[in-house]
Design a protein around this ligand. Sequence first.
Ligand code: SF4
Length: 420
Amino acid sequence: MFFMHLYLHIPWCLARCPYCDFNTFAARTWPEEAYADGLLRELDHHLDSTPWNGASLATIYFGGGTPSLFAPATIARLIDGIAARTSLLADAEITLEANPGTVDRQRLAGFRQAGVNRLSVGVQSFDDGRLAWLGRAHDAEAAKVALRAARQAGFDNLSLDLIHAVPGQDRAALLKDLDTALSFEPEHISAYSLTYEQGTPLTRDLAAGRVQRIDEEVEADLFETVRDHLGEHGYPAYEVSNHARAGYASRHNLAYWRGTPYLGLGAGAWSFAPAWPSASKDETSMSARHQVAAADQPTSPAPANNPTPGPSFGKRWRDLNDPRRWIEAVAGQGHAVDSAEVETLSREQAMGETCWLGLRQTSGLARSTFLSRFGEEPEAVFPLLVDLLETGLLETTNDGWCLTRRGLMVADAIFARFQS
Ligand code: SF4
């Protein structure tokens, strides 16, 4: 048996947040039926080909955009349609992203009934001033209402997103947000630092001096505060920005970081088909430092047959960004892969990705995974690993390396060195 993961992108939001660089479009109406038809049609197209044919489906993730804008009946039709076409595991994790202000108890109960068993709520903050600064369409009360309604609707696997390092935020303000989040006893918390992505209105404001970035030292202090405070309250980090109670790490996101195959459907969705043919050790066992429960370890080896023979070590591709063109392309040819966005991974790229995606996780980069994929010792290919160890940015685990606290502070710079 081999496994795959499915991502469905719903590209509409009620308003565009100024910091957002996702493929999203502000709208009050959207072609929901035609788009849902397209998602199933595109799934049919890909399921005929390697590595998706015959794979068992371990997770489904409705991301966006704002998937909670779609009617529960549409989500039910999609999940039923996916189940009819694939070998959907009985215990598959099925996540839907929801934004406060777009859901009430009845709507959430509809999603739960449709088969969604994990809800991820885009809270970002419980402070009205900070939410307004972030350009969010909801206030703190709407976030609290959504979280309460999620529990009443029967969701027992609840995640919420928070953003920190917003200008003006200090440690006390952050702790207030974290404590409010903890009071809802979610199973999972994603806590991201505000980032200034290229091309966003926020980054233009920064360049024009209309916005001042938070001081670097304050940002580092806030990052450490998140990690310590959530850790002390039973939510250890299992990735740079992701924290979970034991047994509740996101199986879908772990698949991304562990290099397992995922198929992305919808406008702007990315897919990845690796070339490594079999399970790696770190996909089936826990390192001593890894604090996520055994139930969260993906049971999935990569595809049984090599999807990209020859010198390629995998393929990554993106669908067309524009939803109207996406619908037309799928209706016409069965898929909407943007031919300008198909990338074949070289051995060197795949080795670098295995390293930095491994280091994103608290469990770290597993030597055994690297060896099984590439037949070489990681430090023979990347002497950088030895340098980082000697300078105290990495430490050793039972089977490889993970970032130290100091390394976490400069994680992005370290990851970039494995990509150059
Ligand atoms: S709601 Fe989320 S996806 Fe939509 S614009 Fe805001 S940050 Fe982006």
